[in-house]
Design a protein around this ligand. Structure first.
Ligand code: G6P
Length: 488
């Protein structure tokens, strides 16, 4: 067996007694919020590859983290490891080794002092957490899939539900329960769940489920979706379903939260902390987690194999496609300011897979811009909503191509025939939609029908953000709302 080859790295400590840093040479880009190191003022411990930290009072605690922001409440002294560094902590001593020697690679690792406040560090250069979280989605969606999808062999393995698969597959029906944005992620995957599992799937708002107290059976699988894992209404439903003997599955972002502890099994969405009250990256990650659950449950069914492959291929391209939408932020900002800012009310229209996008898009807009926005199922226009349509009411319509396109085009005609001028979200290069009567077009990359909502929601998240800013609101802290609603 080949031995791991290591060599040593020095750790530098600022000798704080001697002086404060003198020059302002910048450090690596990942540490742009740190105090710059000063040359010649370090107490360098050479050759031993160890840092016993004698300058600090014992006992010494080490925190290991992928993000300095997560430890800043405990310490402001931070040492960033480089690629291929191996940190070994033993009996209060830190040793840093190199797995590989690369030319030009520095062999010193300065212990640096975090200067900025916790909140600023975590915002990472963005004005608001919400924007940071919107822009994190190429990474957060990838993180949800990482280690779970084998893109080469097109398989999904969810360690958190693997042992319960037999019971889950025996379920006579699936019940999904959630609140707010999490509820919309359930709606977004409902038809895919029905298609792949061939079982009935109900989706309920937790508060409504509690009001109804519907029958739940031992052979039901109930899926609880929650970013925080602490939402009181969802927790109450969990108690109710457990008492009824159903198998309970959690789809949660916060590790160690009540829902992740109290469900029988589940999947962490691994989106990373979401601070903005308006949920963004949790939505796309919940959506993907639920798609993966549907794939895992049905992966023994031969007839769905081709569909599985197509979906997994589609998932592999999602981060890049979201990135492409994010590049249109200026275009989306202009549209928001020109056609939506200062309005009292607007409609967001979609059908099929995009009905959930319409509801979630409307929620994003109303919760942070305080403009009334209503998500409409396009097929319902003629059952009342058309009465609102005129040349003034702003309308955003999802019209990306899928099997529902003919019906969506007919809805667009119903709108334009009443002098409506919708903002249309369509597939890149679409040449079917009549653009002549649209106020504006937003073209987004195409993906598999059941995944298109992951792409389509991003412009709406950005519209909500820009409308909130234009109105002078703080999108991270909308009035009257809380991130985790722990009361019923
Ligand atoms: C609150 C938040 C929403 C969130 C909902 C459900 O209303 O403001 O952003 O979607 O709770 O929260 P959960 O943590 O259960 O997903």
């Amino acid at each position: 067996m080949q031995k791991l080859k290591v060599d040593f790295v020095d750790v530098e400590f600022i000798n704080e007694q001697e002086s404060k840093p003198q020059n302002s040479e910048s450090v690596s880009s990942s540490s742009k919020f740190l105090a710059p190191p000063s040359k010649g003022k370090f107490d360098i411990r050479k050759s031993e590859s160890r840092a016993i930290l004698p300058d600090y009072n014992k006992p010494i605690e080490f925190f290991i983290s992928s993000d300095a922001s997560s430890v800043v409440e405990h310490t402001k002294k931070v040492l960033f490891l480089e690629d291929d560094d191996i940190a070994h902590i033993d009996a209060g001593e830190l040793h840093i080794h190199r797995a590989r020697k690369s030319a030009g690679m520095s062999t010193t690792r300065p212990v640096q002092t975090l200067e900025m406040q916790l909140a600023e560090i975590m915002r990472g250069g963005y004005d608001h957490f919400m924007m940071k979280e919107i822009f994190e989605q190429p990474d957060s969606t990838y993180n949800t899939m990482r280690g779970r999808i084998d893109f080469k062999n097109k398989t999904v393995t969810l360690g958190g539900i693997k042992d319960y698969l037999t019971s889950i597959r025996r379920s006579r029906r699936f019940q999904m329960i959630a609140c707010g944005t999490s509820y919309h992620s359930c709606l977004a995957v409902r038809s895919l769940f029905e298609e792949l599992t061939e079982a009935p799937v109900s989706v309920d708002l937790a508060s409504d489920f509690l009001d109804r107290s519907p029958p739940i059976f031992r052979d039901d699988t109930v899926i609880f979706v929650s970013q925080s894992g602490e939402t009181a209404d969802s927790m109450q439903c969990l108690k109710y379903c457990r008492a009824a003997g159903a198998l309970t599955v959690g789809v949660v972002n916060s590790v160690g939260s009540s829902i992740s502890r109290d469900t029988d099994c589940g999947v962490h969405i691994n989106a990373g902390p979401e601070i903005g009250v308006a949920s963004t990256k949790a939505y796309t990650s919940q959506y993907i987690a639920l798609v993966m659950i549907a794939l895992q449950i049905s992966n023994h069914v031969i007839t769905t194999a081709a569909r599985h492959k197509e979906i997994i291929q589609g998932l592999s391209e999602i981060p890049k496609k979201i990135e492409k939408v994010l590049k249109q932020s200026e275009h989306i900002k202009e549209i928001s300011q020109k056609y939506l800012h200062g309005r009292d009310s607007m409609l967001i229209v979609g059908r099929g897979y995009q009905f959930a996008s319409a509801l979630e898009g409307a929620l994003k807009i109303k919760e942070i811009s305080y403009i009334h926005a209503e998500g409409i199922q396009a097929g319902e226009l003629k059952h009342g909503v058309l009465a609102l349509v005129d040349d003034k009411l702003p309308i955003v319509a999802f019209a990306t191509q899928d099997s529902f396109s003919p019906k969506v085009n007919s809805a667009l005609q119903q709108i334009t025939a009443r002098e409506g001028h919708p903002i249309i979200i369509c597939t890149e290069g679409d040449n079917i939609i009549d653009r002549s009567k649209a106020s504006a077009m937003i073209e987004v990359p195409q993906t598999i029908d059941c995944l298109q909502g992951l792409i389509n929601i991003v412009p709406l998240q950005m519209m909500g953000y820009y409308l909130s800013i234009s109105a002078g609101n703080n999108p991270d802290r909308p009035r009257n709302l809380a991130k985790s609603v722990t009361v019923e």
